[in-house]
Design a binder for this molecule. Sequence first.
Ligand SMILES: C[S@@+](CC[C@H](N)C(=O)[O-])C[C@H]1O[C@@H](n2cnc3c(N)ncnc32)[C@H](O)[C@@H]1O
Length: 363
Amino acid sequence: MAHHNSSVHEDVKDYYGKRLQKTSDLKTGACVAPAQPLPAFIREALKKVHPEVSNKYYGCGLVVPESLEGCRILDLGCGSGRDCYMLSLLVGEKGHVTGIDMTEVQLEVARKYMDYHAKEFGYKKPNVSFVHGYIEALSAAGLEKNSFDIIISNCVVNLSPDKKQVLAEAYNALKDGGELYFSDVYSSGRLTEEIKNHKVLWGECLGGALWWKDLLQLAEEVGFSQPRLVTATVVAVDNKELQDVLGDFKFVSATYRLFKVPKGKTKTCQVIYNGGITGAEDIFQFDCHYTFKTNEVVQVDGEAACILTHSRFAEDFTFQPPGGSCEPCCAKPKADTMDPFDLASRLGTRGGCCSTKSADCCK
Ligand SMILES: C[S@@+](CC[C@H](N)C(=O)[O-])C[C@H]1O[C@@H](n2cnc3c(N)ncnc32)[C@H](O)[C@@H]1O
């Protein structure tokens, strides 16, 4: 396929393979944007990652969804493997994490520490593997269709010249009920050709950023459920020269979750969370609209009901037939509730997810 040898790929490989040596070489705050308070178990997992791996971290968000034990995870654009190793601890010895990246130099660092981490985590053998390939062509890289429970990605999709193809391949690689949980940079509008053609801006994860509304559109075209916004943080472009090219466009780093679940099941439903998820025993923050407190009845919109019944979360909830006063208003969440700029401004510099209310489906 033509895009495998596209000049964008070559420029990005050059950027991440040669120009950048370490996190602090980045010119803007686009990669590495959020400074969210991390849960203790994630901080502990990150501390165990080898420093050479962490020093080449160029992500822009936290990609740790809940309920990971035993899962098969794929990381799109894994780079030097920081998130893969953190997740390889969280999935446990019976789980598995695969990282795919097109830049050999990054993969070399990742591969160098496979045995180191297995030993550090007390595993008999590594539960990670690293594949050289393109995220637009997962099956061509040897990754089986319908084989992953979760796909994550941290600041990579914006770098692809063909985002729809990336989403389509991810959809195919997921098992039914599987989830794409990813952080990326989004723009406040469709970017100009001048910005898109600027190599440094593209390499810095700004020039290729999707207008967030286009993500909603692409996700739907590919077959995913409507993206659920988890968290968002404003990206600061502290570089006068680059800011001049960008003009009035604004950027956020945002995390969305997209599920591969049946379409058209839009009946609202009452759900009760049973507190069974590790690290979320009292509260499970599903997205920025639903926070489930253990044993509390929550009325959810039809899409959320469908996701919860068809995903790995099904066994963590009790479902009751639809009913209650907010049924007519919210078979689907409104598109503007998925606006990461609105969420980022509400969150201000706090970062993290807006978790003010539960049963918030009518807002
Ligand atoms: C901003 S870095 C993020 C790396 C890693 N996720 C992290 O958090 O450190 C982007 C990575 O995506 C990889 N990448 C970009 N476009 C890609 C593509 N189309 N196919 C495969 N890898 C790609 C680059 O090689 C680079 O390692």
